[in-house]
Design a protein around this ligand. Structure first.
Ligand SMILES: Cc1ncc(C[n+]2csc(CCOP(=O)(O)OP(=O)(O)O)c2C)c(N)n1
Length: 386
């Protein structure tokens, strides 16, 4: 089979949106009222500070991976900083968050100590998941981050179930569940949206449309590339928003969260761009040199800094200071991670099963514990071959 090649994308439009597509669109099937997108200077600076922290944190994570300080898979939010910060700023602390494996920035923006996020990447006991989850499986009940999932679409039915639990118990919390554009072609996407709409569950499904599922474009993989329109099949309200400006993302997320809180689930599509490969080990050869060069235009940290400078919110010195603080905070997180011990192998099963299971790879949950039964005789089952 010939190697799969990508159709070169059209030259970048000036509006920094999905190429050739409208930046902000609504599904008029079930519209919700619009709000002002204007941000006050303090929140603009807070957004920028968070974005810069995520940027420097992810760059440091990439470096640590190449130094073998981080193992396993590692997917970064580089290019998605405005999207992450805008979304997280719309949640109450008691709302719930489910994400895919690209979640470091969400964990930080949700309020989890960057030291613990970095320690998890390093696989150390002070990590968010005590070192057993790694990059893709962060879980922190205190901040209501319910994972971090490596199976594409795996988080959607679980998030829908969490929304059902909220509804069943009569609370007014909301679940926000993020996914990539590629995930909208997984069966669980359709099953989850269908049941959420039928049962009026308090959930916002968010498509982080970075326009690529590994190396495949949305246009090549989705018969309806305007992904927010898929909500129409379920008579669900939906909206597409420009993910390069945190204030636009924030306002759209507030509308979506309000809708969900009033019992109307919502599908929000945020159009963004990932600046590097699918994971840190992907050289992204499916991108042309021309496209790589054009990515600078889509860098939300640079473009938002320019907006703040032009609007007189921050001058050059203030911007530089925020960057230096982000670098120092990231360096602190890296040294914290490096000095944290690795977990003991004996604790491997402690966080895997709800019932106690001896840490013995020959046993399975449900098998009698300890002395009651002999271990399965693997050698005998294999006809005597050990
Ligand atoms: C069920 C399943 N199929 C395939 C994979 C391999 N896989 C990992 S990430 C990925 C692409 C997903 O792309 P998208 O949903 O757009 O998310 P993004 O990586 O852009 O955040 C695939 C196919 C997987 N992890 N799970």
């Amino acid at each position: 089979m010939p190697a799969q090649t990508r159709t070169p994308r059209k030259p970048a439009p000036k509006t920094r949106t999905a190429r050739g597509q409208a930046a902000q669109s609504k599904n008029t099937e079930n519209p919700v009222p619009a709000e002002s997108a204007a941000g006050n200077p303090e929140s603009l600076v807070a957004y920028y500070r968070q974005m810069m922290l995520i940027r420097r944190f992810e760059e440091r994570a990439a470096r640590a991976y190449t130094q073998s300080l981080i193992g396993g898979y590692c997917h970064l939010n580089l290019g998605e900083e405005a999207t992450v910060v805008g979304l997280m700023s719309a949640l109450r602390p008691t709302d719930y968050l489910f994400t895919n494996y690209r979640e470091h920035g969400y964990a930080i923006s949700r309020g989890i100590d960057p030291n613990r996020v970095m320690a998890e990447l390093y696989g150390r006991i002070d990590g968010v998941s005590k070192g057993w989850g790694g990059s893709m499986h962060m879980f922190d009940i205190t901040q209501r981050l319910l994972g971090g999932y490596g199976i594409v679409g795996g988080q959607l039915p679980l998030a829908t179930g969490a929304a059902l639990a909220i509804d069943y118990r009569g609370g007014d919390d909301v679940v926000l569940c993020t996914m990539g554009d590629g995930t909208t072609n997984i069966g669980a996407f359709h099953e989850s949206l269908n049941i959420a709409a039928l049962w009026n569950l308090p959930i916002v499904f968010v498509i982080i449309n970075n326009q690529l599922g590994m190396g495949t474009t949305v246009e090549k993989s989705s018969a309806e590339p305007e992904l927010y329109k898929r909500a129409s099949s379920y008579r669900m309200a939906s909206e597409r928003v420009d993910g390069f400006d945190p204030t636009l993302v924030h306002d759209a997320a507030v509308r979506a969260v309000e809708s969900a809180r009033s019992g109307k689930p919502f599908l929000l599509e945020v159009v963004t761009e990932r600046l590097r490969g699918h994971s840190v080990v992907d050289p992204a050869k499916y991108r042309s040199a021309e496209e790589v060069a054009s990515l600078k235009e889509f860098d939300p940290v640079l473009t938002f800094a320019e907006k703040l400078r032009a609007g007189g919110v921050l001058d050059e010195d203030a911007l530089k200071k925020i960057d230096e603080e982000a670098m120092a905070r990231t360096a602190e997180a890296a040294s914290f991670a490096e000095s944290s011990p690795f977990p003991e192998v004996e604790t491997l099963f402690d966080y895997t099963y709800a019932t106690p299971v001896p840490n013995d790879s020959r046993r399975l949950p449900g098998q009698p514990l300890f002395e009651q039964a002999p271990l399965p005789n693997v050698a005998a089952q294999q006809g005597g071959r050990a």
